[in-house]
Design a protein around this ligand. Structure first.
Ligand SMILES: [Cu+2]
Length: 136
């Protein structure tokens, strides 16, 4: 079977998350940004297509207009974030991020936040992400 090794490499691979953190300005902030790095160990391209959280009303993929600053510079990343085969992408301040809005129990009560990441090809990923405030 010529293709056995090939398909095994595809299905044995995974997306690996690292350095995940939720950053908010203050414990009473209405929104917060989630940053992390994602490595695609697969032989095929993948894509981060969406996110959701039990702790927040909304979790959306946001990108950042490099020409301007502040909240107005952010917009929806409607096409998701590409995850090229074998590469690492960084969601980082001033760039792509996951925006979390509407915290039912208040962000100040959360030490960590559960997030579910959805991919085009890979299984759903569940992460518990620590929350950090700018003031501490
Ligand atoms: Cu944002």
């Amino acid at each position: 079977m010529v293709f056995a090794g090939w398909s095994g490499a595809i299905f044995g691979c995974e997306i690996v998350a690292d350095n995940a953190i939720v950053r908010a300005a203050t414990p009473s902030a209405k929104g917060a940004a989630l940053y992390l790095s994602l490595k695609n160990t697969c032989l095929a391209d993948d894509k981060l297509t969406g996110a959701s959280s039990d702790s927040a009303n909304r979790a959306v993929l946001h990108t950042h207009d490099p020409r301007s600053d502040g909240v107005a510079a952010m917009r929806m990343a409607k096409n998701g974030f590409e995850l090229p085969a074998g590469e690492v992408i960084e969601l980082a301040p001033g760039g792509d991020h996951i925006m979390l809005m509407g915290f039912a129990n208040g962000l100040h009560q959360l030490d960590a936040l559960d997030i579910e990441l959805q991919f085009k090809n890979s299984d759903v990923m569940l992460l518990k992400v620590p929350v950090a405030f700018a003031g501490r």
